[in-house]
Design a protein around this ligand. Structure first.
Ligand SMILES: Nc1nc2c(ncn2[C@@H]2O[C@H](COP(=O)(O)OP(=O)(O)OP(=O)(O)O)[C@@H](O)[C@H]2O)c(=O)[nH]1
Ligand SMILES: [Mg+2]
Length: 340
């Protein structure tokens, strides 16, 4: 199943700076003793597990990450500066694998830092090589090379938002419109046979994961259609987008569709109520969203919104196909998720 976010990246730790060959020069002694300093250490590559991250999105846009080199040693026994460590922030649950062999190198679940590649050591300057027998060494060491590795990062995704609704409501079209996920879309029910996940970017550092699940129908809790088995995938999400086909195609009534799905959630809750730690789905926060409004006239839209309002339900209007209102929906979801 496509429950993983995966990226391949190349990382390199910094090379050590070379040691320096240098001799003291003072006015009285034009060629004094050796005073070449050591090179600085190269930067290390460090994974930093950060709680606020939930995807590997950052690594989709860039895939080479090099730590800076150490700088050369100087005269007067000056040590070069160390290259800064390259910090790679990853969400908890990230697995680091060797790209070629697939071997698991780290399973990063605890918040904190893990050094992956040490930086190369700086070379010794000629001051280091002075001895009783060689008081004027003419050589210094080069810096040690950094290490380069090709790795794969994998993350098992947990959805933040679950998209629920009837078959054909446009759930897969919606996640296609707002994320890089490409589930199958078609004009027949039960196109989606297993959940799909997509990572949605609100801005450069805030993302959330959305899951579309196979459509629910009346009787789903009794196994009608594909049943409710897929609801377990969104049991841990704190927000649902309840997507409704507003087109009324085939004589369907959008408000009745809404009530049908709520009833299925309630039945699911009843069946699960004994389970330890189970939190009911029917009472979870929902953004109720009318989809396919591109096929409605202005009057039809207003009338439909008003019907929902009278039933005590505030709705948003979108067209997943034309992406009308999807940006606003993303922002509203973001506000809900990051406020909690
Ligand atoms: N006119 C219009 N058609 C849409 C819109 N969104 C989706 N559709 C169409 O509705 C049909 C169903 O879309 P899907 O995204 O496959 O629906 P789904 O809810 O994922 O369906 P299942 O996977 O079967 O539960 C497709 O033919 C889509 O092209 C929309 O905003 N406007
Ligand atoms: Mg679908």
């Amino acid at each position: 199943m496509k429950f993983v976010d995966e990226v391949s990246i190349t990382v390199r730790s910094g090379k050590g700076g070379p040691g320096k060959v240098s001799f003291r020069s003072e006015s009285m002694a034009p060629r004094g003793g050796p005073d070449g300093g050591d090179g600085g250490r190269g930067g290390a590559v460090v994974f930093r597990v950060a709680d606020h991250l939930n995807s590997l999105l950052k690594y989709r846009f860039k895939n080479k990450f090099f730590a800076p080199n150490g700088t050369p040693g100087g005269g007067r026994n000056q040590t070069g500066s160390d290259g800064e460590d390259l910090i790679l922030p990853v969400p908890p649950g990230t697995i680091v694998k060797d790209k070629e062999t697939g071997r698991v190198l780290f399973d990063l679940s605890e918040v904190g830092d893990t050094v992956f590649l040490e930086g190369g050591r700086g070379g010794k300057g000629n001051w280091f090589f002075r001895s009783a027998t060689n008081q004027a060494p003419e050589h210094a060491q080069p810096g040690e090379d950094g290490e380069t590795r090709e790795i794969r990062l994998e993350l098992k995704l947990l959805a933040d938002v679950g998209v629920i609704g009837y078959p054909n409501a446009g759930k897969s079209t919606l996640i296609t419109a707002i994320s890089a996920a490409r589930p199958k879309i078609a004009d027949y029910p039960f196109t989606t046979l297993s959940p799909n996940l997509g990572v949605v970017a609100i801005n450069n550092d805030q993302t959330f994961v959305v899951a579309d699940i196979p459509g629910l129908v009346p009787g789903a809790h009794k196994g009608v259609g594909l049943g409710t088995q897929f609801l377990r995938h969104i049991e841990r999400t704190n927000l649902f987008v309840h997507l409704i086909d507003a087109s009324g195609i085939g004589g369907r009534d959008p408000l009745q569709d809404y009530k049908d799905i709520l009833l299925e959630l309630t039945e699911y809750d009843n069946a699960k109520s004994e389970e330890e730690g189970f939190r009911p789905l029917a009472t979870r926060p929902q953004l109720v969203v009318l989809n396919k409004i591109d096929v409605l006239s202005k009057e039809q839209r207003e009338e439909l919104v008003e019907r929902f309002r009278r039933a005590g339900v505030a709705v948003r209007e979108i067209s997943a196909a034309t992406q009308y209102g999807t940006k606003e929906l993303i922002n509203e979801i973001g506000k809900r998720i990051f406020a909690s």
